[in-house]
Design a binder for this molecule. Structure first.
Ligand code: GLN
Length: 191
């Protein structure tokens, strides 16, 4: 199994380290020719969704990656990655890949609560640590998107078939269970 990590901006190294910890090999996508290598899954890291969206388009990565996601490539978006996958962003005129049936809210916790830590139940895993950094939350899911976790009264993780998103950063804690969960999704899609 080979997982590609989008490495244009943001917290991509931490995802690579998590994958290494669970014994999954990965490589970075930085330019168009990187996606010519075969890969079984894609991670879109946290960072700034506007910057990543702009770079994806400028580098000619946007259309081919959107096509792969629509064709069923397993994808895991954290934080800014969640925003890139959301069909609609409530407080932004832009949308990006827009492949996941949900409405997200950017910088949803305001300045005071911009960053915080909590622990909450993740469906199929149990109670896990959750670190939020200027995070979005999911205002609503529709269609085939399913809620996987809620914290503080908001949806913070969801799945739609091969697409997984978390508003928090599982790559910033020791706990590898969400990465394991994604690796299992990738494994299932290869069968
Ligand atoms: N606030 C960022 C955005 O709007 C997301 C923050 C993050 O990824 N940690 O893209």
């Amino acid at each position: 199994m080979q997982i590609a990590v989008l490495a244009l901006q943001g917290a991509f190294i931490e995802h690579e380290q998590m994958l290494a910890k669970i014994g999954v090999s990965s490589f970075e996508i930085r330019q168009r020719r990187d996606i010519e290598r075969p890969f079984d899954g894609l991670i879109i890291p946290g960072g700034e969704s506007t910057v990543q969206g702009k770079l994806l388009r400028e580098l000619g990565l946007f259309a081919p990656l959107k096509e792969k996601i629509e064709a069923g490539l397993p994808v895991f978006g954290t934080c800014a990655g969640l925003l890139l996958l959301a069909e609609k962003i409530e407080n932004d005129t832009r949308s990006h890949f827009a492949t996941m049936q949900m409405t997200a809210v950017r910088n949803a916790y305001g300045r005071q609560l911009g960053s915080f830590y909590t622990e909450a139940e993740f469906k199929g895993i149990g109670i896990i640590p959750m670190t939020f950094i200027r995070a979005p939350y999911i205002a609503a899911v529709s269609g085939e998107a399913q809620v996987l976790a809620e914290a503080g009264g908001h949806i913070v993780a969801a799945r739609q078939k091969n697409q997984l998103v978390t508003a928090f950063h599982p790559e910033l804690n020791e706990d590898t269970s969400v990465h394991q969960y994604f690796a299992e999704m990738v494994e299932q899609s290869r069968l």
